[in-house]
Ligand binder design. Structure first.
Ligand code: SF4
Length: 290
């Protein structure tokens, strides 16, 4: 069986930076706290836990006085920085520079539109850490649109600035832009300023067309990703579109022998949160067993 790993899959630079920051700290400190999973991949989280990384949740921040806490690539809302200061916590801020820049744009956008009585809209997943960080820039006033049905939350008679969570799909974003534009033009005395800011990270958006093509080149696709990764689920869906024999696994124990009956070519790929070492482990497992 010929097995090929997609060299374009794996961590984006934002995640690489965060992991490097954690590893650097753990060289000189026995433990380091991290606010939430450093990456949506259990295998990688466990590897770093073995080196001394401890994952904490927001509710535990008050117990972390005088300790170091890492902020992962997704970023955090301003409240987290305040809480850290109140509790004498030293933050190691590994927020991805792309997310930091977006937070800043949204903060400025909010200040502008607030004075015009308008609304900030974020196309993203409610409750996702990055979205929480973005909404925090608007004093928690931003409207979150996760699905086309959610657009009823917007008041179309008032100015609108639309942004996107960095990992959303471009097609989904375009659909929301079209729906909002239609609603505005259907108003009799339509106002209105509507600005759509495409803030999708190209580290992710370029991967979808690439993976659709990659998936056609093999009989079977094994897609490696944590089940909590929204980017992983979206990219897996892209593979499945062009190759129905695509399977999602988080580690080798999810692999089923029946997938490889009479199969000669297998492509292995993954999400932006999938470590290369895990895709290599899957390849070795397939080589050994099939
Ligand atoms: S996907 Fe883009 S924005 Fe998100 S962490 Fe990676 S590089 Fe940063």
């Amino acid at each position: 069986m010929k097995i090929t790993i997609d060299t374009q899959s794996g961590f984006c630079f934002g995640v690489v930076n965060a992991i490097r920051a954690a590893e650097k700290e753990l060289k000189t400190n026995e433990t380091l706290l991290c606010l939430g999973d450093i990456v949506h991949n259990n295998a990688e989280v466990n590897r770093l836990k073995d080196k001394g990384l401890e994952i904490i949740e927001h509710e535990q921040l008050h117990t972390a006085s005088n300790r170091k806490v890492l902020i992962r690539a997704h970023g955090e809302p301003p409240e987290t920085y305040l809480k850290a200061k109140e509790n004498h916590i030293t933050l190691i801020d590994a927020t991805c520079p792309v997310v930091l820049k977006l937070q800043e744009r949204i903060r400025k956008g909010y200040e502008e539109i607030k004075s015009q009585g308008g609304q900030i809209v974020i196309y993203g997943k409610e409750g996702h850490a990055e979205v929480n960080g973005l909404v925090g820039q608007t004093n928690n006033q931003a409207i979150i649109i996760n699905h086309p049905d959610d657009i009823h939350k917007i008041d179309f008679t008032r100015p609108i600035k639309l942004y996107s969570q960095t990992t959303q799909s471009i097609d989904g974003f375009k659909q929301i832009v079209d729906l909002i534009s239609k609603e505005i033009t259907s108003l009799d005395n339509g106002p209105n300023q509507f600005t759509a800011i495409d803030s999708i990270c190209r580290q992710v958006s370029h991967r979808a067309p690439h993976l659709r093509k990659f998936a056609t080149q093999f009989q079977v696709i094994v897609f490696v990703s944590g089940k909590k990764s929204s980017n992983g689920l979206a990219l897996f869906a892209e593979c499945k579109k062009t190759n129905p024999l695509s399977y999602l696994i988080s580690d080798t124990d999810n692999i089923e022998a029946k997938w490889f009956t009479d199969v000669e070519t297998v492509g292995i790929c993954g999400a932006t949160s999938t470590p290369m070492w895990l895709m290599e482990k899957v390849a070795q497992h397939l080589h050994r067993n099939y």
